[in-house]
Design a binder for this molecule. Sequence first.
Ligand code: GGG
Length: 342
Amino acid sequence: MDNSTRIALLPGDGVGPEVMDEVRPCLAWAEARGRRLVLLDLPHGADHCLATGETLSEAVFLELRDRCDAILFGAVGDPRLPDGRHAEQILLRLRQDLELTVNFRPCRPVVVGSDPTIDIEVFRENTEGPYCLQGTTEPGRAVDFAIHTEPAVRRLLEAAFQRAAARGHSLTLAHKANVLKHGHGLWMRVFGDLLALYPQVVAKALHADALLCALVQDPRAFGLIAADNYLGDLISDLTAAYNGGMGVAPSLSWAPHHPFRCNALAEPVHGSAPDIAGQGLANPVGMFLSTALLFRHLAWEAEALALEDAVAGALKAGAATRDLGGQLSTKAMGEAVRARLS
Ligand code: GGG
């Protein structure tokens, strides 16, 4: 039986293909080190949708779900498709239908000038909340529903408690249960259940607005932060600012209950950035660090560490794209990182 790891590459839109091109050689590098890999390159995104009318067919979705182990994703979003439906039907569908509840967004600063003592990990629920894609627009009235289900909330919080226990870190739940009584009331109840099961974890719940103020004032006071889809999205963009901004931030999504063969999607936190696409201005670091998270998920710890060290080494030596105050192109930044991979 073929025991290769099958990874689907979905570069997507805007700067997605540019940053994806920089990590492709890292997959070849992992193979050269003895990892058995089969790659599946997929064109899905705005160009493909405009050319064929297809976003993500059922056949492709099933191929991903049942015959791949993981997805490496670039970015999605294109001004030619302003209603964002293709983004919903590709990225949000993958997160939801693969049940990738946990979106892990670490912030461990390595950019020159950032504070290396910050060590925050955001656990964002990835499939529900107001991003459930259900709502209506009527004349003079618009409604977005937010759905929170106990299995997803419990899965996300259990993963966060387990990680906090393993790392000896504090855990803070971001919520607005004072106004979102139903949905965030459920989060508070499940959080309370788990508090009793993990007495070793120093955990508290904070109103998200107060949490954001405290996070700006003293980021070192935070360890893990757990949040629903919406709050987690916002909080993790703020934490990205502690390490050079959106171009550097990585993420990995997975399903702790392992419902399907495909159980991981790695993608940089940044979107498609159409304003700078195709100009060699994108920072590939978020994509490199997301690839490292995927390597770790596959239990390729040596490769994950080597890639993270290569990124840290390149940044420390002064390699920087424009968003970090440097002059390097996407490609030159990629080369600076890869040159440190042994
Ligand atoms: N690589 C992340 C990305 O492409 N984001 C675009 C997007 O539509 N994001 C929605 C979300 O992250 O919830």
